[in-house]
Design a protein around this ligand. Sequence first.
Ligand code: ME8
Length: 654
Amino acid sequence: MADKVYYITTPIYYVNDAPHIGHFSTTVAADVLARFQRLRGRQVLFATGTDEHAPKVAEATRQRGLEPQAFVDEIVQAYLRTWEETHVSYDDFIRTSEPRHREVVSRVFQRLRDQGDIYKGVYEGWYCVPDETFWQESELIEGRCPNPECRRPVQKVQEENWFFRLSSYQDRLLEYYEAHPDVLQPEFRRNEVLSFIRGGLRDASITRSAYGWGIPVPDDPSKVIYVWFDALLNYITVAGYLSDEEKFRDVWPADLHLMAKDIFVRFHATMWPAILMALDLPLPRRIFAHGFWTVDGEKISKSKGNAINPRKLAADVAERSGSRYDVAIDALRFFIFREVPFGLDGDFSTSSFVQRFNADLANDLGNLVNRSITMLQRYFEGVVPAAEVDPAIVAAAEPMLQGLPEAIEGLRFNVALDLIWGFIGALNKYIDERAPWKLAKEAQQDALAQVMYSLIDGIRLVALAVSPFMPEAAKEIWRQLGMAAPMEAQRWETAMRPGLLPAATATASPEPIFRRIEEKSAPAKEKKMAEPAAPAPAPSPAEAEKPTVTFDEFKRLDLRVAQIEAAERIPKADKLLKLTVNTGKDTRTVVAGIAQWYEPESLVGRKIILICNLAPAKIRGVESQGMLLAADGPDGSAVLLQPEKDVPVGSSIR
Ligand code: ME8
């Protein structure tokens, strides 16, 4: 099936407000993958869209005296515009109010009713309007919606309704997931799904009394189809189900449905696969749920007004730094994957974005490109000399070239970026060590040619590697390199090898791409924090009283780079993790109080700094042989220390 189209989807978003950083992160993640697959030469169908038939749309329009269709037509513009400006390369944008989708929903409903999978019954329960979800009384928490991301009041509903026979798919779903362990990801969320299904599935009410909006139940106009049943079907509408058989054959099943954890267990991992089973259609190959973003430690909420609008933030950064707006957008696309492992919850703070922008983009990447092209102008009039790539640079590129496909396809975006930045770091170090200015002074032309060729060719690889994350910034690097072949025509298999840069390529004049954000031009709120008048926080008593240690005393500590091989929670200790770590000399157990901040799964393979010769201590019945180092995060979290570059396990710390 080499020619199967790679089909990837985002959720279709409710049209209640402009998209925020949460919607942005899911959609950009899908975009990174779509772009990467295209770079690998695959044909891609990348779909996103809007979920428009929600009762709250009907409510909002009544309040404003508008027709629902006119209302959604207006709001959808914010989505279209955001995805266009944030370089989201979707192939299809589906709106559930489109005739192509309404047709599929009606026909699916009729078919399932004809075959007995949909039947009429009486529904009694509670409905959460903001979440568009039905709940049983027993599921409510203090009379409110039990979804931890919602917890808002619910409404009592009792009405005759159509039900989907979800209960009869319970065993088949479990069997399927047993036989296909890789479908639900990440692994720890798969377990949530299995226990939800094992807990027993009830038939699902999939209609509501008509509220003047939505898709009417065929032959029963007093009812409309429940917005979730309607919305999930978008994935097959896009694939051409019932409208374009050939396309559907090429596209279905979806290779990846992406979403956050809020709509994973009940909807995408239970209801949707059951509907597909009822339709005799193959199940998606992978369903992946990522975590939730908070902003400065708080849940994103409309009432708090703390939702970060990616377009506004990028416009602000562009203004403060003097970088182009599209470059600032790319910087944000990079940032949301740089720190937090995709899959876990993350906290967004503008100040750490600014730091990363300055350190990783302006400094590491921006300077590398700028100083390399500047030196080429100076020493070779901007024209790439003929030379072989330095074997040291070939070797330094290897981890990135080998590791990137698996990291991106496994949605380990922070690992992918670590690999790329590892190579960027190696190129910067190469400049410092080989000191081209000295070679020029000493007239070592051959050595100088090799260094400059290796650098510019290395930057070519970096541009291609970052292009799924930062497509416009990558194009700008490509332009400055003076590459004759268009970037879009490059393919991973043929282009991602060192030494393919054609000699005699004439570079353009260097221009800084990522310009530093200077703190002094920060907006009012942040300026306050940087003002010298603001007193530095007083050291805590513990810090103030720490005695001086001599160098010899410090040398008594056996600090080493160690690698986590396994991690698990310690029962009844919600702060502790039991880690199995390899110190290079031995494998041992270490207990760490980081369970609130790190999912065990995310730690496996990670390198840490360990005090190896700390006296062993028993913690909750587990003997801990050493202690890992972590910084106190500003929000009270623990932030693991790790080497800035990859170094072998067992390396000592000096
Ligand atoms: O649920 N952090 O639409 P929705 C990370 N229409 N991601 C977030 C987020 C946050 N704080 N907030 C939202 C719906 N998201 C349905 C979907 S699909 C057939 C129907 C992202 O507008 C994340 O992808 O509430 C989440 O799953 C989605 O927006 C929910 O979007």
